[in-house]
Design a protein around this ligand. Structure first.
Ligand code: NDP
Ligand code: OXD
Length: 309
């Protein structure tokens, strides 16, 4: 089978080497070297240029190089009916949970306040509640959100989570749907966003949502930049409605040098590194998808095109 690799990140060499370990007879073509487009049956993509997939008349399956697939749906001419498989890799799940635990602990232990105090050489000790008194809410209880929630629970936090359909997780108060969101927010001191970016979740982190959180709550967004209304976050931080925010993802990446987030005292930011795709482990998941597809077996982690995740 011929697989087209498309990415704006220079990782084709790593993918060629890792996929060859699992699918030795695979022919990999690397965009923009298409060859004869009619020969390409599968594509492995990260932010494909709009219109590219529509130029492949015999394309039968698309694999995402990331867990999120919003970069694929961003193409208005995405061929209809072609199955899309997203990346689910235990390495990535572990990495995301590490990130979430780290950032929730930083917020819980008032790290942004102590960083600012250090800058100003202020010696001031604040009362420290224990984890059981800190209510954490996770938006999105999928592969990443549920693992993060369960690991935060192990750290002793008081956990709740929110999903579209009803979910059950041991020791986690689970809410779902529009009504469930209000109930989750009012009992959340630290809110973690691990939602997919879809028309239903774009801009969800806005002033109306922040107004439902207790005064002085904090935010961790490690899903997508477009979940957040940036001006609303700045206003919520300035008014004290939110005490701090940790951001890994941004509307514009790289974050432009003049962006106010860089210098904001109560924003901690990282450059979209919460859970990067790691070819040595991710290639196993893609290889399994290719085998299933070739054998006509049901695909794992197939995207629901109507829900766009
Ligand atoms: P999943 O598809 O496994 O889970 C998505 C979760 O969100 C599900 O629980 C789903 O509900 C819920 N959800 C979706 N739409 C809604 C809605 N409208 N209302 C309420 N809940 C909703 O995704 P993953 O956990 O694998 O990944 C989540 C996101 O994390 C990715 O889409 C990606 O954008 C981001 N990501 C970021 C990375 C980074 O480095 N910063 C790395 C990897 C991923 P239900 O359970 O009912 O379906
Ligand atoms: C992903 C990401 O979606 O890295 O996998 O953001």
């Amino acid at each position: 089978m011929i697989l087209l690799f498309v990415s704006d990140v220079d990782s084709a060499g790593d993918w060629r080497r890792e996929l060859a370990k699992h699918v030795p007879d695979l022919e990999l073509r690397v965009w923009p070297e298409l060859g004869d487009p009619t020969e390409i049956e599968a594509a492995l993509v990260w932010r494909p240029p709009p219109g590219l997939l529509d130029r492949l008349p015999n394309l039968r399956i698309v694999f995402s190089l990331g867990a999120g697939v919003d970069h694929i749906f961003a193409d208005p001419s995405l061929p209809p009916g072609v199955p899309i498989v997203r990346l689910v890799d235990p390495y990535m799940t572990t990495a995301m949970s590490e990130y979430v635990q780290l950032q929730v602990l930083r917020l819980h232990r008032r790290d942004p306040v102590y960083r600012a105090q250090q800058q100003a050489r202020i010696w001031r000790q604040w009362p420290q509640p224990n984890a059981a008194e800190r209510r954490v809410g996770v938006l999105g209880l999928g592969v990443l959100g549920s693992d993060a929630a369960l690991k935060l629970k192990v750290l002793g936090f008081d956990l709740a989570g929110w999903s579209r359909t009803e979910r059950k997780l041991p020791g986690v108060a689970c809410f779902h749907g529009a009504d469930g969101l209000a109930a989750l927010l009012e009992r959340t001191d630290i809110l973690v966003c691990l939602l997919p970016l879809t028309p239903a979740t774009e801009g969800i982190l806005d002033a109306a949502l922040f107004a439902r959180l207790p005064q002085g709550a904090a935010l961790v967004n490690c899903a997508r930049g477009r979940h957040l209304v940036e001006a609303d976050l700045l206003a919520a931080l300035d008014s004290g409605r939110l005490a701090a925010a940790v951001l890994d993802v941004f509307r514009e990446e790289p974050l432009p040098p003049e962006h106010p987030f860089w210098r904001h005292e109560r924003i901690l930011l990282t450059p979209h590194v919460a859970a990067a795709t790691y070819p040595p482990t991710a290639a196993r998941a893609v290889a399994e998808g290719l085998r299933r597809f070739a054998d006509g077996r049901p695909l794992l982690n197939r995207v629901d095109r109507s829900e766009r995740y």
